[in-house]
Design a protein around this ligand. Sequence first.
Ligand SMILES: Cc1cc2nc3c(=O)[nH]c(=O)nc-3n(C[C@H](O)[C@H](O)[C@H](O)COP(=O)(O)OP(=O)(O)OC[C@H]3O[C@@H](n4cnc5c(N)ncnc54)[C@H](O)[C@@H]3O)c2cc1C
Length: 392
Amino acid sequence: MTETIRTRVAIVGAGPAGLLLSHLLAAAGIESVVIDQRTREQIESTIRAGILENGTVDVLVESGASDRVLSVGHRHDGIELHFEGQGHRIDFPGLTGRSVWLYPQHEVLKDLIAARIAGGQDLRFGVTAERIEDAETDLPRVIATGPESEPIVIEADFVVGADGSRSVARAAVSGSHTGGYFREYPFAWFGILCEAPPSSEELIYSNSPNGFALISQRSATVQRMYFQCEPTDDPEALSEGEIWEQLQMRVPGTTLQQGPIFQRDVLRFRSFVAHELRKGRVALVGDAAHTVPPTGAKGMNLAVADVMLLERALRALLIEKDERPIDAYAEQALRRIWKAQHFSWWMTSMLHVAPDASDFDRLRQVGELRSVVESEAGRTYLAEAYTGWPFA
Ligand SMILES: Cc1cc2nc3c(=O)[nH]c(=O)nc-3n(C[C@H](O)[C@H](O)[C@H](O)COP(=O)(O)OP(=O)(O)OC[C@H]3O[C@@H](n4cnc5c(N)ncnc54)[C@H](O)[C@@H]3O)c2cc1C
């Protein structure tokens, strides 16, 4: 027996984008159903983003989704750019009046899921969307399968694809799963989580002749660090000693606090923007619409910025019957998306060593880094982009 559900907004994906959208719509009196193919435990334990822009924190706090971000999260007022053996601090409040917060994505997800459940919202785990039909009608539908393989159909006034980088919703919007502007990078990040005290108070982004490293934190006892590696590297191939050697040689002058490594992964780098973000009554948000390399810490923040625009557009469409904001959604979202794409590409290319880099390339890169840290205009551009441009 097929279960048919009728709602106003069907949201595929309980990541930061889908959950926040549902939370904001509920506050505006618009009912939604959120489905996710994973279990709650899987969603709440996946380690991903860690840096929240100033505007993202404001949205979480002002919407009542999270106050823990302010009590458990850590405000960071700068980062260090490290090259030629020296660190150069970028002072965010001094340059822009804004900061970022270190608050892991899975904590954001715990807050959003708790808020959804407390609000009695329909949030279903273990439900997989197979496809979206009838995008160009007034009653688009999500064809899905439940935890026991039972068929489920969700009929809605509007469907949102918040289903991440392998989006199935994309096919209903742009005609294919892969259609978009795409760039792949010839390197990846070897990421670790370890039990150790922090090695520095703020994030260190290091460009060294041996390749890039990022020294980042999670808590007083758990740290997250990355170093540049080959996209094909096997995360299990290195011993713990070899991993620490790789990291330490890339941050001369900083003594890394070492401890047992309990998670390791290789993260490939891609830039992607879907050709279309909306078709009829289906729209894409977050990683379903775009992917950025993680160097600029933009992925989750960009998802939140999409949601802010789409939520306003859905309110206008579903409450006031005003189609103008939804018609403008893609164009408005793409302005920020391409700025964030540029920033993420720029940070990536400025800080990593390309496999075919010549001496000229290496020295030019140092010249570029000096142009940033020795100029207030250069530092301000980086600080504005990193802490996040104001929402449209
Ligand atoms: C290692 C790493 C580090 C990162 N660091 C940062 C950072 O510091 N700052 C930052 O801003 N960003 C960072 N990012 C990016 C950030 O994690 C993503 O941009 C963010 O998760 C996007 O949110 P989303 O809701 O769009 O998609 P996702 O978080 O991917 O959520 C999509 C959800 O959809 C579900 N789903 C998928 N397909 C289906 C289907 N067919 N049916 C039902 N459900 C489905 C998935 O299970 C998932 O829960 C990082 C990413 C990685 C991998």
